[in-house]
Write a protein that binds this ligand. Structure first.
Ligand SMILES: [Zn+2]
Length: 597
């Protein structure tokens, strides 16, 4: 029985040509060898597992190869005496020191002593110091002199993952090469090569999942690959990978996005519950869902679809799902997910925090779906559709039962050329024109669109109120004055906490409590509504405790502002400016201004 050699060693690159993902560096080194312009000290920086030590060894072997002058390709011949001794690991011309385990001044002194001796065969002695940032200050000092004036036959290759820890005196004496993380595509194609030579049948999606998980480090990717092969044998599927690496199946996100599109709150909550039961963190889900919507957004344009690092058939799945969504709604959802992520750690009930966010994005265009009329609170209205769509104008799909046929044919998924097809241009032009059209003819009133909207927080607060009534919660009477004192004390934190807009909305008018302990807050745009939604439950809880009355409830009233159109968001302000000065639209077009928030 032959002994198993891990892939990271078995497939370690042995020539410049087989180094993965560092083409700039290998070709610079090859050119330097060819022109005999090789420096004597190098610093290889970059994350772990990207090929720094491999490149150092290849460089050592190549400069010592007897036949290098005849090599057209500047690659070691692997046949001469020197190459053979390198390949067998017996070469005396290479000296490796791991500064992580040997960082004392003695280690460096013995290295410095060796440097004086010329090589017996070959013409260069190469000293590789790995993790050089771990050397002690004394060791650095002992080394400095040698590094400054090395004997002609000596070459130093220092490698580090933490360049910022290297003292400037060392940096200035070395030629620095920055190794980058290896791209997912490069890792996938290397894994494909290895699968082929090991006769392993691996699904492209499985290899993509490994590559994504490796964070640009080939060594990590290969260890994971070995681990999964050990489990799955010679047929590797995506399920094998997610099971072994404990990843969240992408299908969950596709299903959640479908539930959101269908306004199916229970489906979304059940998916989330299933994920939690599998032992995944709730925040993991939110981040993953954010990434999913990011992929949907970039799938909408053939020019950006190649930015999704996944197998071609999954890209197609993203493209299909992205047709359900209007880009502005996706941005709205991304925004909500990002807020949820940011506030996750500080939330006391993290599960509820995520569930609320899910409910919020699932229900955000509830009313429009019900009435089938374009009157809605979500932001996409204000950007892409005028209130009454003209018969000929193509209106975004999201609010209709069936998506309109796509105007562009599906992009070619096997071609990753970003400039492929003229349709992408037409499409994005069209979108831009729609935005500009909306911009140049602003809707009459942002407030009017909010009319009749049921906010999720309203539903939640009402439910909380009902639940509370069932229990023996105190319902103490209080005066309007007492209420106002409690109210102002409760909202002061928004002023101090930098939420000035919210504070201003809440202090615009002193709220009046009615006989049923309800009070009203007037709002007139979606941003205000959103910010109140976020704070409402906490604010109510505080008031109820302060006034010892658990029936207190806040109702948001959307005022139909008949007075002048009042800009609130950046986009609103831009629209207003554009009406006064149409040149603003030209400016928007030219500098590709981002005004979506
Ligand atoms: Zn050779």
């Amino acid at each position: 029985m032959g002994s198993f050699v891990v892939s990271a060693r078995k497939y370690r690159p042995s020539s410049f040509g087989t180094v993965v993902g560092q083409k700039n560096i290998t070709s610079t080194l090859k050119n330097a060898i060819k022109n005999d312009h090789l420096a004597q000290s190098f610093l290889f920086c970059g994350p772990r597992g990207v090929g720094k030590t491999s490149c150092a060894r290849i460089l050592a072997k190549t400069v010592n190869c007897f036949n290098i002058a005849d090599s057209e390709n500047i690659e070691a011949c692997n046949e001469c005496e020197s190459c053979k001794s390198f390949n067998d690991g017996h070469s005396l011309n290479i000296y490796e020191l791991d500064a992580a385990s040997n960082n004392s001044v003695d280690g460096i002194r013995s290295l410095v002593d060796q440097v004086r001796l010329a090589p017996q065969i070959g013409n260069r002695k190469i000293y590789i110091i790995d993790e050089v940032h771990m050397l002690s200050q004394q060791a650095f000092n002992a080394f400095l002199k040698t590094l400054e004036e090395p004997p002609e036959h000596a070459m130093f290759i220092l490698a580090t993952t933490e360049k910022h820890k290297i003292i400037p005196t060392i940096l200035s004496r070395c030629q620095i090469f920055n190794f980058s993380r290896i791209s997912v595509a490069d890792i996938v194609s290397q894994l494909e090569r290895i699968s082929k030579s090991e006769s392993i049948e691996a699904e492209p999606r499985a290899l993509h999942a490994i590559a994504q998980q490796s964070d640009g480090a080939m060594r990590d990717a290969l260890s994971m690959f070995d681990q999964i092969v050990g489990f799955a044998g010679n047929k590797m599927t995506y399920e094998h990978v997610i099971e072994n690496l404990n990843l969240l199946n992408e299908e969950y996100f596709f299903k959640t996005a479908t539930a959101i599109y269908e306004h199916n709150v229970s489906a979304g909550l059940l998916i989330f519950d299933e994920i939690l039961k599998k032992g995944f963190d709730a925040q993991h889900f939110i981040v993953g869902l954010g990434n999913h919507f990011r992929n949907l957004l970039i799938s909408q344009d053939p020019k950006t679809i190649h930015l999704i690092e996944t197998a071609d058939n999954i890209k197609k799945q993203y493209y299909e799902q992205s047709k359900l969504y209007n880009d502005v709604l996706i941005i709205h959802i991304l925004n909500a997910l990002s807020k949820c992520d940011v506030n996750y750690r500080s939330s006391k009930n993290q599960r509820l925090h995520v569930e609320l966010c899910l409910i919020f994005i699932t229900k955000s265009d509830l009313v429009e779906k019900k009435n089938d009329k374009p009157q809605i609170t979500t932001i996409q209205e204000t950007v892409s559709t005028p209130p009454k769509p003209a018969p000929n104008s193509p209106s975004p799909a999201i609010n209709q039962e069936t998506p309109p046929p796509p105007t562009a044919p599906p992009p070619q998924f096997d071609s990753l050329d970003p400039s492929s097809g003229p349709h992408g241009v037409t499409d994005s032009e069209k979108k831009r024109n729609q935005i500009l059209k909306a911009v140049s003819s602003p809707s009459k009133s942002a407030g009017s669109k909010l009319k009749g909207t049921i906010s999720i927080a309203d539903i939640m607060a009402k439910k909380a109120q009902e639940d509370d009534a069932k229990k023996d919660e105190p319902i103490m009477p209080f005066t309007q004055e007492e209420f106002l004192t409690a109210w102002h004390a409760s909202i002061l934190k928004y002023k101090d906490g930098g939420k000035i807009n919210l504070y201003n909305t809440l202090t615009k008018k002193n709220p009046v409590v009615d006989a049923n302990f309800n009070f009203e807050i007037e709002i007139n745009n979606s941003v205000q509504e959103e910010s109140i939604t976020v704070e409402k439950l906490e604010l109510l809880a505080e008031l109820r405790i302060k006034l010892k009355n658990h029936k207190i409830n806040l109702i948001t009233i959307v005022t139909e502002s008949k007075d002048e159109y009042r800009p609130y968001t950046t986009l609103d302000k831009f629209k207003k400016m554009a009406v006064k000065n149409p040149k603003m639209i030209e400016l928007h077009k030219r500098i590709d201004l981002d005004i979506n928030n």
